[in-house]
Design a protein. Structure first.
Length: 202
């Protein structure tokens, strides 16, 4: 987004309000907010969210839409038809619990969402995935043709900034002492939400 601003484009962030929403302005990015509940199946709440997104799109009239995660990708693709957005892209960073739990009583919800995605993704140019398993899941279930998929390696973490070589041994030793970790022990850091789906048990 910063690169697009630097190139002279007018960039909007359309998102729910959060702790860092106001920071977009520091980078020359305009913000339009809406409310969404990512776990909701309430049709009235979801219709309200959809029409709010559509209203925002009609107001800002973007040339390109790039949506992230399943719900915004679906709603964004559908709203793009009402707002006449010429280019639509999405990025799906994971399947979400609805598909992971499909064998635990959520089969109907997963089937409905699959049908909705299959319909909505007719209107996208490309959906970007971060691993081949998720990509193949969508293709094999007929949700998306392979021609509309793209695979990237990650979310774009700067490995130079998060490199072990950039941290001095003195700083690591001091951290071990502060956390009462023996110097001989191997430390594994897992950065995620502490839920089973993220592999905490594994």
């Amino acid at each position: 987004m910063q690169a697009l601003v630097d190139q002279g484009h007018h960039v909007f962030a359309v998102c729910p309000r959060g702790a860092f929403t106001d920071k977009f302005a520091d980078y020359g990015i305009d913000v339009c907010t809406y409310t969404i509940d990512r776990k909701s199946f309430n049709p009235f709440k979801e219709i309200t969210t959809f029409f709010k997104i559509t209203s925002i799109f009609r107001q800002i009239k973007p040339d390109v839409l790039h949506a992230f995660t399943i719900k915004p990708c679906v709603y964004g693709a559908l709203a793009s038809r009402f707002a006449n957005i010429p280019s639509v892209y999405g990025a799906i960073t994971g399947l979400g619990s609805i598909f992971i739990d499909a064998n635990r009583g959520r089969i109907s919800a997963a089937a409905c969402l699959s049908y909705l995605m299959k319909f909505a993704f007719q209107f996208v140019d490309k959906i970007v995935f971060q691993n081949s398993d998720d990509l193949n899941f969508f293709v094999e279930r007929g949700i998306l043709p392979r021609s509309k998929t793209a695979l990237i390696r990650s979310s774009g973490v700067d490995t130079e900034s998060f490199c072990m070589k950039s941290i001095s041994s003195e700083r690591l030793d001091a951290l071990r002492q502060r956390l009462s970790l023996p110097l001989a022990h191997v430390v594994v850091l897992m950065v995620c939400r502490a839920i089973r789906h993220m592999g905490v048990v594994d």
